[in-house]
Design a protein around this ligand. Structure first.
Ligand code: FES
Length: 122
């Protein structure tokens, strides 16, 4: 497992199409714990943990985190919807709660990295 405080490569910017979402397991836990959504040149990163039920993983299948309009993150468990930019739940059982952001960097070479500071030990 990577040490806390280290940057871990997730993917290249070019690997994430505009409007797409993708899950990652940077802590090598065996399931995706982080999700990215690309909107134009901006990458939004959130923990894959729904605030409704103690951090339930949200994708309905691998990398499927968005609604049909691709303008909200959706939790497959009970249908909560979250603003992609703020992480705030805008519809569903955890209205007003929010996703937890992750710290990302995009290098000049186009690599998207995550800072593992604050990752829980597993
Ligand atoms: S666990 Fe996500 S909406 Fe219920």
């Amino acid at each position: 497992m990577p040490a806390k405080g280290t940057d871990v490569f997730l993917c290249r910017l070019d690997d994430l199409a505009d409007g797409a979402s993708r899950g990652f397991d940077p802590g090598r836990t065996g399931q995706d714990t982080v999700l990215l959504v690309r909107r134009g040149a901006t990458i939004h990163g959130w923990r894959d943990a729904c605030p409704h039920h103690g951090g339930t993983p949200m994708a309905w299948r691998k990398d499927a985190y968005l609604n049909a309009a691709r303008d909200r993150i959706v939790c497959a468990a009970h249908g909560a919807q979250f603003d992609i930019e703020t992480g705030v739940c805008t519809l569903g059982p955890c209205l007003g709660q929010r996703l937890q952001p992750v710290e990302l960097t995009v290098t000049a070479a186009g690599n998207i990295n995550i800072r593992l500071e604050g990752e829980e030990e597993t």
